[in-house]
Write a protein that binds this ligand. Structure first.
Ligand SMILES: Nc1ncnc2c1ncn2[C@@H]1O[C@H](COP(=O)(O)OP(=O)(O)OP(=O)(O)O)[C@@H](O)[C@H]1O
Ligand SMILES: [Mg+2]
Length: 603
């Protein structure tokens, strides 16, 4: 039930986040508990001394000493309580969170990109990340549980010395309490599993009212729909939580506050009886009441801690299974940077099939070779499989069947580093960073981020000079997500920066997925010219719906439903009068116009 193996592993990791901090926290907790129990005992004994003094059996000095001791202990206790809070609130969490987060990020780098395309995987991943973060507080919680157990044992030993019935009272009430609430852990575990997925949807809906989504929500009049959906979900969430509490915390809290009084009262009656018999003195009432009601009253915290331990065992099992699944990179590491032998063919695809799930065959038995220095234009309608093919080439997706080789090496099994050293890529859904202009371009080659000349020439190459004139300096912040003074850019301007980023470090193989989708036709034609010179001597794949772009390439490859349906030069494909000719004719007029516009502009 306790999943000991996973708990021990969790404790080891949690301890490793901050070993000295955890040791100190444990030490402080134990000393604090010992001190607070002994203060109760000393106070009880002092009451006895006072009673003796009143009865003339004791001298004043015998009372003063314990009172001074009490004063010193109380100050010490106060310092320890303060220290313990510092540790549990500031010192332990900060360092542990950084360590846990670093581990999560390291692991996420091993996870195949295609996994993140699946909704169920994202739920699994966020469950893992939340759970792994909880490891930070695991050892401190375990320390609290050990400390509570220690307090219970210490109190029982002291009480046993006074009379055997006192620890028996504690035991009886604790056992009844636990028995009444035996399903506590299971109920909470079920609740956690049920609420996870619903909470994600609730968070998503809440986000539709802020940031850029707010605009669409308003314009499309979606407010009522989203608010109603959110309300429904939150009604379910509140219902589930209330149901859980009804079965767990609520009955227990009522039971405990009742038992605390009853147990204390029974103990006092026994105490009075023992005082009457001369077995105990009056101060015993104080000690017995405090220790017994303290122990019984603490039962809820105790049970919560035990429950959390059981729940942690279950959670850790899921977390560590997930961790182990991805802790080893799926890339077969026989392709270290040193033993990668480059063959002559940059890209060689044979009978490649890739499926999303069972049903969607995005790339279907596709074969294609791209020679050194050759440039290919990949065209096809929406959903024909172009971007998926690129992901397979980059080794991000594992082929269902067939193979994709980069310089002779199976791309899915090749070290990411080698892929990066040989291929530069601009994705269709490129990133726009709300950071500086320097970072937006320099991220293309992080090692040269301080090299102004290189960044400036990449900006020039991508025809993004106007962004620099607007911002004035490379270090101006772009976008307003993180900085209210940032320069906001248009969609086309962001795309130019994505291109500049690619120009920072052009590799032997260059891939551009829709590099001109957000550009106006004139900017697109300018981009043509730049790309033409940038791609000289490179092996390249250009994806575009715009036929004008396709004409840049040595060979045009037309995709349809995951297959190559036509390939060859512009003239050859026109002569086929097939898919390409159809697309070309549909766009022809547009391009005739654009060319004449630029000619006019250039004249
Ligand atoms: N993450 C995904 N999960 C499931 N199916 C997907 C996913 N991404 C793409 N698909 C499906 O795979 C097919 C090919 O998509 P892909 O993005 O490769 O097309 P594309 O040719 O790049 O289209 P576009 O011109 O619109 O960019 C489509 O039917 C699409 O619905
Ligand atoms: Mg695409």
């Amino acid at each position: 039930m306790l999943n000991m193996k996973y708990l021990l592993r969790g404790a080891k990791i949690s301890f490793g986040f901050n070993p000295p901090g955890n040791i100190m926290y444990f030490f402080i907790s134990i000393v604090q508990t010992t001190l607070s129990v002994y203060i109760t005992v000393i106070l009880g004994n002092t009451i006895n001394e006072i009673q003796d003094k009143i009865g003339g059996n004791s001298s004043l000095s015998e009372i003063i000493f314990p009172i001074i001791l009490l004063g010193i202990f109380s100050v010490l206790l106060w310092i320890l309580v303060e220290l313990r809070w510092r540790f549990s609130d500031d010192i332990l969490p900060l360092k542990s969170r950084v360590r846990a987060q670093t581990k999560i990020i390291d692991l996420s780098r091993n996870i195949p990109v295609r996994e993140f395309d699946r909704e169920d995987f994202n739920t699994e991943y966020s469950k893992f990340a939340d759970g792994y973060n909880e490891l930070c507080s695991f050892l401190p919680s375990l320390t609290s549980l050990i400390n509570m157990t220690y307090r219970l044992i210490l109190s029982s030993v002291i009480l046993f010395q006074m009379h055997f019935s006192f620890p028996v009272i504690i035991l009886i009430f604790l056992v009844i309490g636990f028995a009444l609430n035996i399903n506590y852990a299971n109920t909470l575990n079920d609740l956690w599993a049920k609420t996870q997925k619903i909470s994600r949807k609730s968070d998503y809906l809440a986000k539709q009212f802020s940031g850029k989504n707010n605009r669409d929500t308003r314009l499309l009049h979606l407010k009522d729909k989203f608010v109603n959906d959110w309300l429904e979900i939150n009604k379910t969430l509140t219902g589930l939580n209330a149901e859980g509490r009804k079965k767990t915390d609520r009955p227990f809290a009522i039971y405990i506050s009742f038992c605390e009084q009853i147990a204390g009262l029974i103990a006092i009656v026994i105490c009075l009886f023992l005082i009457e018999n001369g077995a105990l003195q009056i101060g015993a009432i104080y000690i017995v009441w405090n220790l017994i009601s303290g122990a019984v009253g603490n039962a809820q915290n105790f049970q919560r801690a035990v429950t959390n331990l059981i729940l942690n065992g279950k959670k850790f099992k899921t977390i560590f299974n997930f961790y182990d699944k991805y802790s080893v990179s799926p890339k077969i590491k026989n392709q270290g940077t040193s033993n990668f032998i480059k063959s002559d063919i940059p890209i060689e695809i044979k009978n490649l099939t890739y499926k999303y799930g069972e049903d969607i065959t995005a790339v279907n038995d596709l074969s294609l070779s791209i020679n050194k220095g050759e440039s290919i234009a990949l065209i096809g309608e929406n959903g024909s499989g172009k971007s998926t093919l690129i992901r397979c080439i980059l080794g991000l997706y594992k082929p269902e069947s067939g193979s994709v080789k980069i310089y002779g090496s199976e791309s899915y099994e090749t070290d990411e580093k080698i892929i990066r050293q040989n291929i530069s890529v601009t994705f269709q859904d490129y990133c726009s960073y709300p950071f500086t202009l320097r970072e937006n371009v320099g991220f293309g080659d992080i090692d040269d981020i301080a090299d102004d000349d290189k960044i400036l020439s990449a900006i020039k190459f991508a025809n993004a000079d106007e962004i620099l004139s607007k911002s004035g300096t490379l270090d101006a912040v772009l976008g307003r997500q993180l900085n209210p003074d940032g320069f906001e850019l248009s969609g086309g301007q962001w795309q130019r920066l994505a291109l500049a980023r690619a120009y920072m470090n052009m590799r032997d193989i260059a891939i551009f997925d829709e590099p001109s989708a957000a550009l106006d036709p004139i900017a697109e034609l300018k981009q043509f010219e730049t790309l033409k010179s940038a791609l000289k001597d490179k092996t390249s794949i250009l994806i575009s719906h715009r036929i004008g772009f396709a004409r840049l390439a040595d060979k045009i490859v037309v995709m349809d439903k995951g297959r190559i349906v036509e390939q060859g030069t512009h003239e050859y494909l026109l002569s086929l009068d097939g898919k390409y000719a159809e697309m070309f004719n549909a766009q022809k007029k547009w391009y005739d116009l654009d060319y004449s516009e630029t000619e006019k502009e250039g004249a």
